[in-house]
Write a protein that binds this ligand. Sequence first.
Ligand SMILES: Nc1nc2c(ncn2[C@@H]2O[C@H](COP(=O)(O)OP(=O)(O)OP(=O)(O)O)[C@@H](O)[C@H]2O)c(=O)[nH]1
Length: 324
Amino acid sequence: MAAEPTIPVTVLTGYLGAGKTTLLNRILSENHGRRYAVIVNEFGEIGIDNDLIVDADEEVFEMNNGCICCTVRGDLIRIIEGLMKRKGTFDAIVIETTGLADPAPVAQTFFVDDDVRARASLDAIVTVVDARHILQRLEDSHEAEEQIAFADVILLNKIDLVDAQELERVRQRIRAINAQARLHETQNCVVPLEEVLERGAFDLDRILEIEPNFLSEDDHEHDDAITSVSLRSEAAIRPELFMPWLRMLTTNQGQDILRLKGVLAFPDEEQRYVVQGVHMLLDGDHQRAWKPEEPRTSRMVFIGRNLDPATLQQGFEACAVRAA
Ligand SMILES: Nc1nc2c(ncn2[C@@H]2O[C@H](COP(=O)(O)OP(=O)(O)OP(=O)(O)O)[C@@H](O)[C@H]2O)c(=O)[nH]1
């Protein structure tokens, strides 16, 4: 009897804020006739990413209790095994890792775990790169380099934020780390999805050349200096205080703030306000109306170095509407 075909798995990686969720949303919104099961892993105890993913028919599984590359032997394997019991309800799996994840242990899962290997196969590692910040990141983050080294497909994204010279420098740097991956230069991750999904691009031999211990090594190191701070407020947040506070923080501490995200309830405002930041760059917009049953809780996550939870908490609380 012929072996059953395995389910293709795409691993989406890339440093904090590069554009992974932007790409995932495109995958989930486009009319491609395929059904994807999505696994999202996020750094930080309050899951905000799930709030930023478009409402889609696809089921989204969150893994928020740690970094995916450290928990693969547990959670990821369990989720994939659970999914396999419901075969036929989806055609492929997409995994969005945290920006801090080393992709090697995630990829390794598809080779070293026998049950997983029998049913799922790693299709490609797709790495989204932030053209504006990557050169700086490669100075201080081993993970950022690993993400590029392991990629089968690279989206060099946010090209609108750099000039031609800078873009050429980034291109050369990426090529020095990984000369083989297919490279697409994008804004908002706009790329034909067939360039990204179900490409059959993962090449174990190439990975073994980069990392001879790929199939046996299972320890890796993280930058312990990076922490996350989660904030929450049941009282509505006053935009006239909140916006200047956030601008002040990113101006003074932008070097250390690798990523920030928030979903905010403003007084007398029917819409949720979503704010996002990468270093000094801030982006904010109304997202959708609060649902009637949804508690209007404002939540923020900061990820970075030298973050002081108490100061951030005080600053955030000072923006809240005080009880009369
Ligand atoms: N200017 C510009 N902004 C972009 C582009 N692509 C994405 N963004 C913005 O960059 C921010 C981060 O994008 P996300 O897709 O959330 O990044 P991510 O990699 O999922 O972030 P994490 O999950 O926190 O690691 C958002 O505010 C996006 O709207 C781009 O090509 N140009």
